[in-house]
Design a protein. Structure first.
Lengths: 550, 354
């Protein structure tokens, strides 16, 4: 059985406070722009009394009602307090809707509706076929904007985001490059570009762009991004002193300092200074954004740092990543899956939410879903070993052995090319396949090697899953030592307090004995029918296993 | 005294002008000055009289008196200049002077004195009356109006005056002359005349204001600030005439709520989002523009109403030394479009004739 995503999600996944990248229409995009011009703000309304103006126009219009007069009055709609006064002319225009322009009709309708009609929230959409269609439609709309105005930098950045979500990173990069050339100091452009370039494995270029902006050293949001990228690249933080000073500023609202404080906390975590990290993280949580809350939840599970979770953080519609960590930590995997999918709706260009979703759906033995999530995640990050292992697990779980083995061989190649060492979940997958083709001893050996790796890494959750999975496979294949492995797994899972391991065992107990018997019978019959094929599969894996386990 | 002198002019004869009736709809509250509008007649010719007295200003204090006097004199100076320079598309000042209302029983002249200006009367009212969206025939009329307004603005600009308050109610129809003229110079800005509103970044009607003022940004350059605002207002009349909404409304309609307020960030931070909304506005507007000149009018609108005051205007003149707005270039284009559309109207009329 695979020890899928968990290892990747909670251990190797060294989360940094890299910027969120949202569509420009999403609420909260503007929130990251620090107030720096309050003293310069000037209301143009100071010399006017717009209410008096509208009242006078209404009085005039009431004596002689015309469409032009009503339309003229609607132009005051940008003053919210005046909206009640505009109802009558809007209704008049709608009553004459055959004689007005479609846009004036739409405007009047919007005016008579509630405020929500103006907001343009992106609804979560996890239907992948529909998602792609809507992404292409969105891209087409954005291209229309760019045809009308090639210098529309917001459309360029939004288009890059859609391209990234569709896995078209080259096109996305071109759009981002144009955007950054047009507005090299704009915070939305810079943070979006940084996020894209990190996603596209070009963190060096991301850092270059951030460093190039004269705004970075004065803007806490950009400085946080700079620190996060330097951390990803393992670089020295030359401006850490400046960042610390800015993070302590009393003049800047805590919200605007939250990511910077979160980024400094991450540096302390990596340096092993848990005390300082906790202190800075608590400061970051004074007034956090969703990114910092997710960072805190992640740090909480990895470094066991406790803090008080506030309800309002979780109620934030953008807090799905944090909610995922929360449910995952609590062992509520069904809810964790929902949260991961919402997270993916928020970050459709990122493979991480899908890695998380495929991991929890794997634990829940929803193999078809695991396959779908892994497959789509690999479209976004085609060399992600964790996602590939989750895909293999899903395929083998559905008896798609040949396909599973084909992907498994690719994983071995990737891992060999990268470091010539193999991850625990690759070995666990090897064990799962070998169990299914009837090579029980080799399968157990492969699993035990995986467990050993997890023990050395200190990943108790992954170890718990591996032990429980090995027992599960043994039970399913009705091996002679199946029950002793199950006892061993139960003891180990309790000892490790592994919620994910417990979930594997719970799934096993949920399947009634007769179902397991039917499964075993079916599988063994299939195995005997495909004896030759099974031998071929085993031969492909045994060399690998022997090399790793010796 | 229950009424001030300027409210008691009906029936009076001022320099042979018979005051017939007050204009109920006249917007007389400008710059803190209380003024009233009347229809007057002389030798069978009707005109419009704008009357101001200092009664209410006196009650408000010395500053109000100063402000009222400055405002009246400023407007009078500009209108006199426009008349003397024969600016054909600015509503003409016929006469001006002082008049003591005889029905007010007081020895104190200040209370019965009215200061007045008499203008030619627009027999067709303003363009709001004529505006409709249900017939292709109005397309040529709309382009004609745009041309005349553009001519009016360039006439003013050549005399160092920026109108600052171009809006539908200030575009008056002179049916007999088949002409449209610009009225109300009360909020104008002049390089040669000190205006009471000079300290106000945008003294015009806020419902049509360029977006930078909504975000508290004041362009440093005089051209960008004053003539640039006029360019924006002219572009705004394209969208108003063809779809019923000014450029500011159209842009804000396409701008997500979070960018509506100037609560965070600077104008430079909001600008890309405003440009994005402006781009969307163009796409919304296009279907409402006359088919034959849709692209060109959309381009003109895009340039005139660009949210960036430094870019606003004709792209060629903007790159030349002095970075002028280049409004005169649009005059010829509006003229061409209006004439072509008029020809098309005639062709249609001939084709549909039995």
């Amino acid at each position: 059985m695979i020890v899928n995503g968990k290892y990747k999600v909670l251990l190797k996944w060294n989360r940094q406070v890299i910027p969120r990248w949202r569509d420009s229409s999403e609420p909260g995009v503007m929130a990251v722009i620090s107030k720096d011009n309050e003293e310069k703000s000037l209301s143009i309304y100071s010399t006017f009394d717009p209410e008096e103006q509208v009242s006078s126009l209404l009085k005039e219009w009431n004596t002689h009602k015309t469409i032009g007069g009503a339309a003229n009055i609607l132009n005051f709609s940008h003053v919210p307090a005046l909206l009640p006064l505009l109802i009558e002319p809007a209704e008049y225009l709608l009553a004459n809707s055959d004689s007005i322009s479609p846009i004036l009709k739409k405007f009047s309708l919007n005016l008579l509706k509630t405020e929500e009609s103006f907001t343009d929230l992106v609804q979560p959409n996890v239907n992948f076929s529909k998602r792609d269609i809507s992404a292409f439609q969105h891209a087409s709309k954005l291209k229309t904007y760019l045809e009308a105005n090639p210098r529309d930098v917001v459309a360029l950045v939004d288009l890059a985001r859609v391209y990234t979500a569709l896995g078209q990173n080259e096109k996305a990069k071109r759009a981002i490059q144009v955007a950054i050339n047009l507005y090299p100091n704009h915070i939305f452009v810079l943070r979006s570009a940084a996020r894209f370039l990190i996603q596209n494995n070009e963190s060096e270029l991301a850092l270059y762009q951030i460093n190039r902006s004269g705004r970075t050293l004065h803007d806490p949001w950009l400085l946080a991004t700079k620190l996060a990228i330097e951390e990803i690249l393992g670089k020295r933080h030359n401006q850490l002193g400046v960042a610390r000073e800015l993070a302590e500023s009393q003049k800047i609202d805590s919200f605007h300092l939250s990511e910077l404080r979160g980024a400094i906390a991450s540096i302390h975590l990596v340096n092993g200074d848990i005390k300082q990290a906790r202190k800075m993280l608590n400061k970051a949580l004074e007034k956090p954004n969703d990114n910092v809350v997710a960072q805190a939840m992640w740090a909480s599970s990895k470094y066991n740092i406790s803090f008080n979770l506030r309800d309002e953080w979780i109620r934030d519609p953008h807090s799905s990543e944090a909610i995922y960590y929360q449910h995952d930590n609590e062992g509520n995997f069904s809810r964790a899956k929902d949260a991961a999918l919402k997270w993916f709706s928020d970050e459709p260009f990122s493979s991480r939410p899908l890695k998380a979703a495929s991991f929890v759906s794997g634990l829940l033995e929803e193999f078809e879903l695991t396959e779908t999530y892994s497959h789509h995640g690999l479209l976004l990050d085609k060399y992600d070993v964790g996602l590939k292992n989750n895909l293999i697990y899903a395929l083998v779980g559905q008896d798609k052995m040949d396909e599973g083995v084909k992907h498994f061989q690719q994983v071995i190649q990737w891992e060999k090319n990268n470091s010539d060492s193999f991850g625990g979940h690759t070995l666990a997958n090897c064990g799962m396949i070998l169990y299914r083709v009837g090579y029980f001893k080799d399968a157990e050996e492969s699993y035990r090697k995986a467990i050993d790796i997890f023990s050395k890494n200190g990943s108790s959750e992954s170890k718990g899953i591996a032990v429980a999975s090995m027992a599960r496979e043994a039970i399913l294949m009705n091996t002679p030592n199946a029950h002793s492995l199950l006892m061993e797994a139960k003891e180990m899972v309790i000892k490790l307090k592994s919620k994910a391991g417990y979930q594997v065992l719970k799934s096993l107990e949920k399947n009634k004995l007769e179902n397991i018997a039917i499964f075993s019978e079916k599988f063994i019959r299939l195995g005997s029918d495909n004896k030759e094929n099974n031998t071929q599969i085993a031969n492909k894996l045994l060399t690998f296993k022997d090399n790793v386990c010796k | 005294m229950s009424s001030s002198a300027s409210e008691l002019l009906t029936g009076c004869v001022i320099n042979e002008w018979h005051v017939i009736e007050p204009l109920q709809t006249f917007q007389g509250q400008t710059g803190g000055v209380f003024s009233r509008g009347y229809i007057v007649q002389k030798n069978g010719k009707k005109a419009f009289l704008k009357a101001m007295d200092l009664y209410k200003a006196l009650n408000a204090g010395l500053k109000a008196v100063e402000s009222a006097t400055r405002q009246f004199n400023f407007e009078l100076d500009l209108q006199s200049l426009c008349r003397d320079k024969r600016l054909s598309n600015i509503v003409k000042l016929l006469e001006n002077g002082e008049y003591d209302v005889p029905t007010i029983q007081t020895d104190d002249e200040i209370f019965k004195r009215v200061y007045y200006m008499i203008f030619e009367l627009a027999d067709g009212g303003d363009i709001r009356r004529e505006l409709s969206f249900d017939s292709y025939k109005s397309d040529s009329w709309k382009s004609f109006v745009l041309h005349r307004v553009a001519v009016a603005l360039t006439q003013l600009h050549k005399n160092d005056i920026a109108h600052q308050d171009l809006k539908p109610s200030n575009i008056l129809a002179f049916k007999n002359e088949n002409e449209y003229k610009l009225s109300d110079l009360g909020r104008s800005s002049s390089k040669n005349h000190s205006a009471p509103t000079d300290s106000i970044p945008f003294p015009g009607d806020t419902s049509y204001a360029p977006p930078e003022y909504k975000y508290g940004f004041i362009p440093n350059d005089y051209h960008d600030r004053r003539y640039g605002s006029d360019a924006y207002l002219l572009g705004s009349m394209i969208s108003f005439l063809y779809c019923g909404l000014g450029a500011l409304s159209l842009t804000l309609m396409n701008l997500p709520r979070q960018y509506h307020s100037n609560a965070s960030g600077s104008f430079a931070d909001v600008l890309p989002f405003l440009i994005n909304a402006h781009t969307k506005a163009i796409i919304n507007l296009k279907p409402n523009l006359p088919n034959e000149y849709r692209e060109e009018l959309a381009k003109i609108y895009f340039e005139l109403c660009h949210p960036d005051p430094q870019v606003r205007g004709h792209p060629i003149t903007r790159t030349l030394p002095g970075k002028l707005i280049g409004l005169e270039r649009y005059v010829s284009r509006f003229d061409f479009i209006a004439k072509k559309l008029k020809i098309n109207d005639r062709k249609r009329e001939i084709q549909s004739a039995p």
